[in-house]
Design a protein around this ligand. Sequence first.
Ligand code: ADP
Ligand code: MG
Length: 794
Amino acid sequence: MLIFEEFIDFCERIFDASKDDESVYSKIYDLIYERYKQLDIKELELHNGAPEKIKKFMEYYSGLVRLTPERAKKRILNSFGMLQRLREEYLIPVFASDNSTVKNKKALSCSELKTEIKFVKGIGPKKAKLMNMLGIENVEDLLRYYPRAYEDRRRIVNISDIIGEEKVTVSGKIVAAKSTRTKSGMWILSASITDETGVLIVNWFNQNYLRNIITEDKSICLTGKVKYGKFAGWEMQSPDFEILEDSEIVQRIIFPVYRVTNGIHVSNIRKAVRNTVKYADCLDNGLPSALESKYELLPVSEAVKGIHFPKSDYHLKKCKTRLVYDEFFFFQLAALYARKITDKKNMGKAKIFKGTLSGELENSLPFKLTSAQKQACNSIREGLKSEYPLNVLLQGDVGSGKTIVALLGMLDSVEAGYQSTIMAPTSILAQQHFENVNNLVKGLNVKTELLISNIPEKDKKEIKARIKNGEVDIVIGTHAIIQDDVDFDNLGMAVIDEQHRFGVKQREKLINKGQKVDTVVMTATPIPRTLALSAYGDLDVVIIDELPPNRQSIKTVLISEKKSKELYDFIKSEIAMGHKAYIVYPLIEESEQMDLKDATSMYEFLKTGPFSGTGVGLLHGKMKAEEKDEIMQDFINGKYSLLVSTTVIEVGIDVPDATVMVIEHPERFGLAQLHQLRGRVGRSHRKSYCFLVTTDTSPESYGRLRYFSETENGFLLADYDLKTRGPGEFMGVRQHGVPNFNLGNIVEDIDILENARKDAKEILESDPGLERHEELKIYLYNNYKDKMSLIDIG
Ligand code: ADP
Ligand code: MG
């Protein structure tokens, strides 16, 4: 059987697929007639007037065969408009055409939105406490507590018609119900349901409170997956259900399913929402009506009602679109607005320079900048010259040459008379930058200093004094730079390397060491542009999407654990040539919960077994910073040729003679993270290798790793991860501070995200202070407190 909406969707697909193919015109009518006969009449009749319309629709197309191809085509093209009108007429509720929302709003007392949840009908103080735990304090929270899923009960199946192990909705009477306890102490509530065509056995586990709800003689509607039971016949386990009142017939509608907690049943929330949903008319966020009409968005009040009680899939989609748009729009607006305000405060000091210093450096480089690097340089230079502060997220794959781009900007700032600084997450990395920068600026009369915590106190004092009185042009260091006792004479530009290792607060702290500080934050974990935009709504994203020429590709090989001996032999042969190798494990120490190899035990094994006689080091995240530095230094110096490690080595360490990276249990890591690890080798002319040693042979895991082994582009890998594992799983997302959108999915809803960002930008360009958008502004201040509070920090 087919419901009305399915029929419309089906027709549309048929017309769309055949519109350009004359040879199938004669078959179209038969195809749709076949489906027409399958229509569930009872469901169709629920749509007042639809049966007649559909009949006419069928008649219109029955004559298709007799028409010339041109006229037939015309008629076929007409179908799209007709089907869309049917949707609009029958698949979304009637509303709003007469401004009913405004009228309703006047009749409602909108202060009810703030009514505490315990006063809502059907929710007592006890349940209210549990609701609080779900984040629901008042009526408005409840309305904004969107369903996590839906049960489509528009199709009701006879028990005798169940044909496979599928998810179905069944309606019937409870003919028996009993609760028993197993030996292991688990409660099982078992009920028999009949709809007069058959019997269905239903079980609930450890939900003993249901025994007073699921009782004999009641009518019930259930949705769940059926399977063929142990004792013959169909069974359902822990289905979602609704007890029907005596007089109630089954409502053939889409039911919302909510995330619940122990002691609260979905039906509790469903009832509470039903009792309060009229207050959705009071919800408004001031989104300009021009934007509503631009995308034909439903009013927010209607969208909230519909997200709880959608009339059709089509309706649900429209409601979601509106609410997702709002989420993205307000997030971006808040970020951009806050940025505008801070920018304005800091405005007024454009840097003036000719680019002589940076030009000298560029000319003395042993290589030519890639065009992507040049473009990035130009973006940064423009920003420095502008009277608005520069706020850039500089993204580029491992080895794309971000440092030089940042350094050229720093030299421009120095030429303009300002100090610059670069902050890195570890002292090794800071030292590396320091050496590189010193090499590059040799002969340019630019004074640099290294400021990290592990230098003698006396030297540190001296360095700080020199920074304070302006004798140092470029300060390179770690967290040591943002300590309270570090003062700059005239800080004008700050670069933060591997920015995901730092928090927003630390960024603020560094920026606050000067006035109107231009900032460039760099990340080598490429995150897709959309994600970057949504994560850093307040930053401009500049991407270096090209690697310098003549980069060697790193041979990436998937191998089985059984080949360990051959692998160790290969590593030994590399070490014999003076090269170095890493082996990375997912765990630091042995774990009882997980059957995985760990760095500590493997270190013991490798050092005394296969690699006895070779210098083997151990590095992991539980070690103190100094200890880690020392081990890294020993690896660089050659005391160790093999470094056994966890993912702590992931950040931009440069050991040019390292040529082998072995990753054990690679399926445990995100692709972006694997890419980072792989980027630790191949940093010189020497041929380099990455081995993924895997025991997981599932096709899914294999497919991912295979893709990784064939793909060298970090952005593609990040995209793949994002698409297959979702933003939540994406490596380091939490560190990246990507917001958790309630409904919006930055991958699936990317178009909406981009539109919303553009719209938010346009509004702020025409009305920077939001003076002409008072309602919007109020909504922002009430709902985006975090972002707005940044305004006051700046
Ligand atoms: P990342 O973007 O990973 O931080 P780096 O800035 O550390 O990369 O650059 C990696 C290496 O590439 C450095 O040794 C740097 O000198 C070199 N490099 C940078 N730009 C170029 C270029 N255009 N051509 C050749 N080598 C370059
Ligand atoms: Mg780097």
